[in-house]
Design a protein around this ligand. Structure first.
Ligand SMILES: *[C@@H]1O[C@H](CO)[C@@H](O)[C@H](O)[C@H]1NC(C)=O
Length: 215
């Protein structure tokens, strides 16, 4: 009986491990047909005989993103929407530019782990673990340094130098998603009731209204 239980437990464990990662694609590629309005998990496949080299190509990542905004950073995504050939392949990337002391504010990716490589400049990066520890893990990175932000954890990067900086990120999903904490909490449409945020943050409604007006 114990043996049956053990094999069953092992099988369940193996099965859950398989389910926890992207499945292997069922074809060489499935270039996204972004004009199709059928909702599936990802995009439907473009007819393989019509696929061409440009479906697997994205140009322009040598160009700096526009960082003229309140946080002083810009993410240039190369996700499935920008590069249709990524469809079903479980990977994507982005360029992140930072002006001096620019911040890529606290956010998380609901579907991806991120590996960030500093190409130019010096970044302070950090993430926070889940409840109840909420441990803050942070490090200063220099050119050529690589750092991993585990899937679904809140993280940020800040340029701590007096020159522009940029990094290249790789993400473990064709469509990683970005949940920016300040935007989801204070900038939802419609708004979350001010009294809910007053109680959540244990502060006054003036402060909450002021924050809501900024997002
Ligand atoms: C950068 O963004 C700012 C603010 O949106 C805009 O005013 C400016 O024209 C942009 N610069 C370039 C070069 O696109």
């Amino acid at each position: 009986m114990a043996r049956v239980f053990t094999s069953f437990t092992l099988l369940a464990l193996v099965f859950s491990m398989v389910m926890a990662t992207d499945t292997s694609p069922l074809q060489d590629f499935c270039v996204a047909d972004t004009s199709d309005h059928v909702f599936v998990n990802g995009f439907t496949c473009k007819n393989p005989s019509l696929v061409e080299a440009n479906d697997f190509y994205f140009g322009g990542l040598h160009m700096k993103g526009n960082t003229s905004n309140p946080v002083g950073s810009r993410v240039t995504p190369v996700f499935v929407e920008q590069l249709p050939g990524l469809n079903t392949l479980g990977i994507a990337m982005a360029r992140v530019d930072y002006e001096p002391w620019g911040l890529n504010p606290p956010h998380l990716h609901p579907r991806a782990t991120e590996v960030l490589t500093v190409v130019k400049g010096t970044l302070e990066v950090g993430f926070v673990t889940s409840n109840p520890e909420n441990r803050f893990i942070s490090k200063v990175l220099h050119e050529g340094d690589v750092f991993v932000f585990p899937m679904k954890l809140v993280h940020y990067q800040r340029n701590i130098g007096n020159t522009n900086a940029f990094a290249i990120s790789t993400l473990s999903n064709q469509n990683p998603g970005i949940v920016t904490i300040a935007n989801v909490v204070f900038g939802s449409k419609p708004k979350i009731s001010t009294d809910i945020l007053v109680k959540t943050f244990q502060t006054s409604s003036d402060i909450i209204s002021n924050l809501q007006s900024k997002f």
